[in-house]
Design a protein around this ligand. Structure first.
Ligand code: AMP
Ligand code: MG
Length: 483
């Protein structure tokens, strides 16, 4: 594999060199052929599952690969930890894909590093497969996300509350530069490294910002904020609850990362939270924009010394940008909701209608995904229309009147809705069911599920197998960090 190592050239402050710890019996369970082809892995390698298992367990370093653990800090549930870092991950290097984009390839669960603290450096099989399923689902839902290339069973047990089989998951990301990476150097007072990091990140992700532009750091901040807003909007569109939006889990490139305690919202309610450690609901579905705003404020703070020599000037500029987040978010949020209701150009759309529909869904405990699918169907099916009218009340009629007033015909509205509202999402009860089957040795359960999740806007023969709602409405459902 043709690895390069631009990040490690930043200097020894940015990482620790450490080899993965070999495992006894690596066995390839899941492999992402499509992603492997995109990353230009050779056909000979793609078809050699023994060698893939060696490489993606960390037992054998591919030629040209390095193994490094990255350093970073982060705010976890609002409290700052100045030293986190990859405690169970090894970055092998970067691959350039077919279209010339650079991607990090990283093993996770591959053994201890200098950042492991009390951790064993390992990952249980369930969370590894979960990350593969959820990230593939997100990718095909058109949500920016890191992806998984492989899951390899280690043949070794991992000890948590219970003992479970261990696995190594290979993660592919546009980069692993986090808000927490900036915070690390900022907290260290290491201005030189921070400047290197800023320059590197701009050239890797925002190379349209000119090197000599006096406003380049302000532009950089604005672009990172844009990407964060776009990401949260997409999460809200599909009903995704990240669950652990700490600043170390916030990538500068705006991709979803860290699928530990994530879940999908069934019944619409902004307060929905499933993570077992989020007792305050800090990362609840409807709080995600506010938290992203908070995370961006933490990011902005690290940039202040580079924005203006006059510190007060820099602070007031940054504050203005951070305060602007809400308006910018609301605009895009309204556009997204309008699209979910069939309106692409929302200038004249009465947004109260969208709010009322969500309110009605919340009051009547309706499923978020199913209701939007039915709203689309109702445009051409009188029975569904009558049923929804009965369920949602007068806001349903008001929505139809809005479409008429905007002269949007049923077919065009339906088309927009079908592109915006998924037919199938990785519902929590199906994810859990599939993971249980995989733990019993039936990996095909995951493969079959992923096949359907790859076409979330299309009704395939098997789609209906995964569209049913949980009988208990996910009450009592809990997710865990998977560490
Ligand atoms: P996460 O909750 O996955 O974002 O992880 C938070 C921090 O804990 C990161 O620095 C991880 O590398 C570290 N960590 C999580 N699980 C383990 C583990 N099993 N062994 C060592 N470090 C871990
Ligand atoms: Mg993390």
């Amino acid at each position: 594999m043709n690895f390069s190592h631009s990040y490690s050239q930043l200097g020894k402050e940015f990482f620790q060199r450490v080899l993965p710890t070999p495992v006894t019996a690596p066995q390839l369970l899941l492999f992402n052929d499509e992603l492997a082809q995109q990353l230009a892995l050779s056909p000979a390698l793609i078809s050699d599952s023994k060698l893939l298992a060696q490489y993606f367990s960390g037992n054998l370093l591919p030629e040209q690969a390095n193994a490094i653990a990255l350093t970073y800090a982060g705010h976890q549930f609002g409290g700052f930890n100045p030293q986190l870092g990859d405690g169970r991950a090894h970055l092998l290097g970067e691959l350039i894909d077919q279209s010339g984009s650079r991607f990090d390839v990283q093993l996770k669960g591959s053994g201890q590093t200098p950042y492991s603290r009390q951790g064993d450096g390992r990952c249980p099989l369930g969370p590894a497969i979960r990350e593969f399923i959820m990230s593939e689902a997100m990718f095909h839902l058109n949500v920016p996300t890191t992806r998984c290339l492989a899951v390899v069973a280690t043949g070794e047990p991992v000890y948590r509350q219970q003992t479970s089989p261990g696995a190594v998951v290979t993660r592919v990301a546009s980069s692993h530069i986090r808000v927490g990476t900036f915070q690390y150097f900022s907290a260290q007072g290491d201005r030189e490294s921070l400047e290197k990091l800023i320059n590197y990140t701009i050239s890797r992700h925002f190379d349209d910002i000119a090197g000599d532009d006096p406003e380049r750091v302000v532009k950089f901040l604005n672009k990172v904020i844009d990407k964060q807003i776009d990401l949260i909007i997409e999460w809200l569109r599909v009903g995704f609850i990240h669950g652990v939006m700490n600043t170390d889990n916030t990538l500068i490139n705006g991709e979803t990362i860290d699928f530990g305690p994530c879940a999908m919202m069934g019944t619409y309610h902004p307060g929905t939270v499933y993570s077992s450690i989020d007792s305050q609901g800090r990362y609840a579905f409807g709080n995600q924009a506010q938290i992203a705003n908070w995370n961006m404020a933490r990011f902005a703070e690290t940039l202040i010394p580079f924005i203006d020599n006059d510190q007060e000037q820099a602070i007031s500029l940054v504050q203005e940008i951070i305060y602007g987040f809400v308006d910018q978010f609301n605009q895009k949020y309204q556009q997204m909701l309008a699209s979910k209701l069939g309106v692409r150009d929302n200038h004249k759309f009465e947004h109260q209608v969208a709010k009322d529909i969500l309110q009605a869904m919340q009051e009547r405990s309706l499923d978020y995904t199913v209701t939007f699918v039915q709203l689309a169907q109702s445009l051409t099916d009188k029975d569904v229309a009558d049923k929804l009218h009965g369920q949602l009340g007068k806001c349903y009629q008001q929505w139809r009147e809005q479409l008429n007033m905007l002269a949007i015909d049923a077919q065009s509205a339906q088309r927009v809705m079908q592109q915006t509202n998924p037919l199938v999402i990785p519902r929590n009860h199906h994810v859990e069911q599939v993971l249980a089957e995989c733990e019993n040795g039936n990996i095909d359960a995951a493969i079959k599920f992923i096949q359907v999740l790859k076409s979330p806007y299309e009704q395939l023969t098997d789609t209906h197998l995964y569209q049913d709602l949980p009988i208990d409405n996910d009450s009592g459902y809990r997710t865990f960090c998977g560490t």
